[in-house]
Design a protein around this ligand. Structure first.
Ligand code: SAH
Ligand code: SF4
Ligand code: F3S
Length: 493
């Protein structure tokens, strides 16, 4: 009988990709996925440390697994990903029944470690070196990019894929744990990325999303040769079969003209730019050590508008960072009003032990004030997003159909989002046997979510949809019915 694996993933797209690859590696060892922990021989939690809440959620999940482990001591429980790297042995002390703690730079070891535990070797801990625990070279080597050959049968959807172009981060924003848990910034060799993208395209993948903490800082050097992010985009653009190339996340200071030229000139490159500003106050940006001023951001934003007028620009914000006054917050509000982001992910500052922010600054904004600013900014952003979406009424947009729409109802309209704030991919659900028509969800080239009625055959196709309603998060439409064959039109969205 095949062994059963249950995996739960929180955090950003990096974790979603890591989980896909861990599942693929375990399936090669005879594992099958199950959707409940009861049947599982192995339970893996792929974790996030970006805010305290994300970590507490995992400890609660572990608490719920305690009884199951007592009843079935042979059940293997593993904590993998960023919190494993952040807490290391502390995971065992808070949940002594955990068998496996594996950091994101050691994921290639998961199948062997699971087998070791199964063979009775006892608890296993595999993490990468801390940033200061060795030379740059040694620390880099201990954070291995986990990008084995992709297996088409194991991708969640055959027509979309994440592709890692960079691991780690060297920006060291003072609030952020990511440089500690994901290690030094390292760009993957372009030939590996291109080979992976070609393989994916050959298997019918139409859209790839390039992943990195600061993708536009990508640079790969060998000898005399240097590949910039814009060079990589140009090379990826040449791959036959790919229709859309998206990328997240951008660092404002590295949004150079060559990147904007590539976005403007290459039709397959998505004109969706996630460029988080975090705050509209120079005092906060300096404390956050973001490396730019609000004036720099405005200059960058103006260049985006000049080079790619139709671009959809989105941002992240942290409210209630140490020392944030009403005045600082008002400057953030002003910036949001001015830039009119397509949408923003807004977070309350969560102090992260081990960061410079935790060391240097008091977490001195009361929770109540953080909550008020968070809700206020969210309401403003929603207003802007809704107005922005209303502009699509009556227009045709081109939608890559992702699957059945689970949560989107016209009344609710709240977009599902993960720990890092980004939209969660739609989950697949079987259609009712007597209902060939179902609610489908997909996205435009600029990452706008579109819900419409269609049928299962349309999943994976790029279809024109006429928008007849819109709220802050979702466009609602119907498929344009003139029959020109599913792929022959070229509408802009
Ligand atoms: N590399 C990306 C973001 C990674 S984390 C970038 O630089 O934009 C995703 C978002 O989480 C960040 O943009 C930030 O808004 C938020 N975030 C990170 N650390 C946080 C903390 N300690 N408290 C609250 N929000 C945080
Ligand atoms: Fe964190 Fe800043 Fe790096 Fe983004 S750029 S991952 S916010 S340190
Ligand atoms: Fe790690 Fe992503 Fe969270 S890099 S800390 S899973 S936001």
């Amino acid at each position: 009988m095949p062994k059963k694996l249950y995996i739960e993933t929180v955090g950003c797209q990096m974790n979603v990709l890591d989980s896909e690859l861990v599942v693929a590696a375990l399936r090669k060892r005879g594992y099958e996925l199950t959707d409940n922990t009861r049947d599982a021989d192995t339970v893996l939690l792929n974790t996030c440390s970006v805010r305290e809440h994300a970590e507490e959620k995992i400890y609660s999940a572990l608490g719920r697994l305690k009884l199951a482990k007592q009843a079935h001591p042979e059940k293997i429980i593993g904590v993998i990903g960023c919190m494993a790297q952040n807490h290391k042995r502390k995971v065992f002390s808070r949940a002594p029944y955990v068998d496996l703690v594996v950091g994101p730079g050691q994921l290639h070891q998961v199948p062997d470690l699971v087998e070791k535990v199964a063979a009775g070797a006892g608890p296993q801990l595999e993490v990468s070196l801390d940033r200061k625990a060795g030379s740059r070279d040694a620390v880099e080597r201990s954070h291995e990019s986990f990008d084995p050959l992709r297996d088409p049968s194991m991708r969640p959807t055959p027509f979309q894929a994440y592709v890692r172009i960079q691991i780690g981060c060297d920006k060291f924003c003072t609030y952020c744990i990511v440089p500690s848990v994901r290690g030094p910034e390292q760009s993957r060799p372009p030939e590996h990325i291109l080979a992976e993208a070609r393989q994916l395209a050959g298997e019918g993948c139409r859209e790839i999303t390039l992943l990195g903490q600061t993708v536009n800082s990508y640079r790969y050097r060998t000898g005399e040769q240097s590949t910039r992010f814009s060079d990589l985009l140009t090379q990826l653009h040449d791959i036959d079969g790919l229709d859309r190339i998206k990328f997240v996340t951008n660092y404002p200071k590295d949004m150079t003209d060559d990147v904007l030229a590539a976005v403007r000139d290459l039709p397959k490159i998505s004109k969706y730019l996630h460029v988080p500003v975090q705050s509209g106050s120079n005092r906060m940006l300096a404390r956050m050590k973001r490396g730019y001023t609000v004036e720099d951001y405005r200059e960058m934003y103006a260049r985006v508008r000049e080079w790619v007028p139709a671009a959809a620009v989105t941002s992240d914000f942290i409210v209630g960072f140490s020392g944030e006054t009403d005045e600082d917050y008002e400057q953030t509000v002003e910036l949001v009003r001015e830039c009119r982001f397509k949408n923003s992910f807004i977070f309350k500052y969560s102090v992260r032990p081990g960061t410079k922010g935790a060391e240097l600054y008091a977490d001195d904004v009361p929770e109540e004030v953080k909550r008020r600013r968070n809700n206020h900014l969210l309401a403003l952003q929603n207003e802007i997003s809704e107005e922005d979406n209303q502009a699509f009424l009556g227009q045709d947009v081109e939608v890559l159909v992702e699957g059945p729409s689970k949560s989107a109802t016209r009344a609710a309209g709240a977009a599902a989002s993960d720990e890092a704030g980004h939209d969660a991919p739609p989950e697949d659900a079987p259609p009712a046997a007597d209902a060939p028509q179902l609610q489908l969800v997909g996205r435009t080239m600029c990452d706008r979510i579109v819900v419409f009625t269609g049928n299962r055959r349309q999943i994976g196709q790029i279809l024109p949809v006429t928008v007849f309603d819109a709220n802050a998060h979702t466009l609602f439409g119907e498929v344009v019915t003139q029959h020109v064959g599913p792929e022959v039109f070229s509408l802009q969205a």
